[in-house]
Design a protein around this ligand. Structure first.
Ligand code: ZN
Length: 169
């Protein structure tokens, strides 16, 4: 598990679990540094074409290999969420895009990645040639009423927020 922290990032001595600042945390057994851990921000895009079909990507790797989900991924250091989703879209689908609206934010857990915060945007995508890349093995538009169930419940949550507040505008 990515979130298992076994050694102090300051001095390299073993970390141990202690009650510190209101909850159980990893604390260095030698220098006492509290090894704070926080959720990872990740972004996803809701993209529809002119036929009201939704753009999904098929995952090439675990977790949920072979299942479909919204385009997106983890933010990199130094980029904004908007820059992150446009970069991920390009990497996974080869499409360029521009961010329209913030749909909402949904905390979740992603298997080995632990706690994440998913930030959903509506995005306008270019009409360029789609090509699955990076951690995607397929990319395709699906009719809304016959799309596959999304690999992650939190993506379904973002879709639900989108349908409630943005679809058809
Ligand atoms: Zn230490």
């Amino acid at each position: 598990m990515r979130t298992e922290l076994n050694y102090c990032w300051d001095c390299g001595h073993p970390a141990e679990t202690q009650f510190a600042e209101g909850r159980n945390r990893k604390v260095c057994s030698d220098c006492g540094t509290i090894l704070y851990q926080n959720p990872l921000p990740t972004t996803v895009a809701v993209i529809l074409n002119e036929k009201d079909e939704i753009l999904l990507v098929q995952r090439a790797f675990a977790p949920a290999k072979g299942e479909w989900c919204l385009p997106g991924g983890f933010m990199e250091l130094g980029e904004t969420p908007e820059e992150g989703i446009i970069r991920e879209l390009k990497e996974e689908t080869n499409l360029d895009g521009t961010v329209k609206n913030l749909i909402g934010v949904s905390p979740s857990q992603y298997g080995v990645w632990g706690d994440v915060v998913v930030i959903g945007f509506t995005v306008n995508a270019s009409n360029g040639e789609m090509q699955a890349g990076d951690d995607a093995m397929g990319v395709q538009y699906f009719p809304m009423d016959s799309r596959p169930k999304l690999a992650f419940q939190t993506h379904e949550k973002i879709m639900h927020m989108y349908m409630e507040n943005f679809h058809g505008e």
